[in-house]
Design a protein around this ligand. Sequence first.
Ligand code: BGC
Length: 344
Amino acid sequence: MDETVRDVGAGFATPASNPAASNVGVGAPVAWHGSNGPDQGTGSNGVLGDHAGNGASAAGDGAGGATVDGSGGGPSSLAVGIDVGGTGVKAAVVDLATGTLVSPRIREKTPVPSSPEAIADTIAHIIERIEASGRDTQGLPSGAGLPGVVKEGWLRTAANIDKSWLATRAEDVLERHLSRHVLIINDADAAGLAEMRYGAGVGRKGVVLMLTIGTGIGSALFVDGRLVPNTELGHLEFHRRDAETLVSGAARERRKLGWKAWAREFDKYLDRVYRYLSPDLIILGGGVSKETKQYMQYLTPRGPLEVARLLNAAGIVGAALAAAEAQGYRPPESAGVREIVAAG
Ligand code: BGC
């Protein structure tokens, strides 16, 4: 199901859910504050460590896309976001001032095998389709979320993507096939950046953990709004197994578990995570965040828990944001309030 994102006008705001009333914030994922909270990463695109920040000079990479739009006019906040998942590759042009998609969100099936070349070709095709829709992407910063540990343009682990990614520098392959620089970032880290900037994490200090539950389980850890990259909490040992092989969305289907049975196990996994990290907030995202009605009532979180607000767009928006910030882009203090509308 595709989704579009609709501006509901700055000034209108849905109160942040009140974790004191209940630990579970299951409010409909419709509206959220813009980026009017504390600065989340001035000077280093909100990332702790060496990842995704290697191009963080205000001068950018020469394309000038972070500060000058394709028409050579005024400042632009547009960037291309790409989300490489286990079943689908999705991309769109994002307006980072608002966190909204300003092109169609195009999705194609993840190729099998999901080798770097095959994925790069799929992305090239998706970008052609975005351009055919009338949205120019030339010169825009581009970022791609990939399901693995990302260091200096390399994918260093590959649990849910073809292992051949480990043998070649991912950013080089993408640049060769797409004739543009594409910053890579862990997919969950990307989704987390988007939620912190435009969604359930806006203004949230302390330790915030985003978990994405889909083909695997991804994690993005924030300390006072700054990302600690590549946390990989989906691979915690759980019942002597790799947790995501038991409680990811794909594992639920593979194991033919109903929502209740799955939720009971997932609840134990969550409990483990609360014990290890004592997070001030956990944000649940990924494919299963669309199905909260099916399982939220079975969760017994020992701390505040909220559902991601950006739904399918989080990975795209976050990858675009990371790419633009690596080139020096800084979003305005207040991004207003936006509404995501699930269409079709
Ligand atoms: C990968 C993570 C990724 C997660 C969600 C896991 O298998 O190791 O890097 O974030 O899946 O895609």
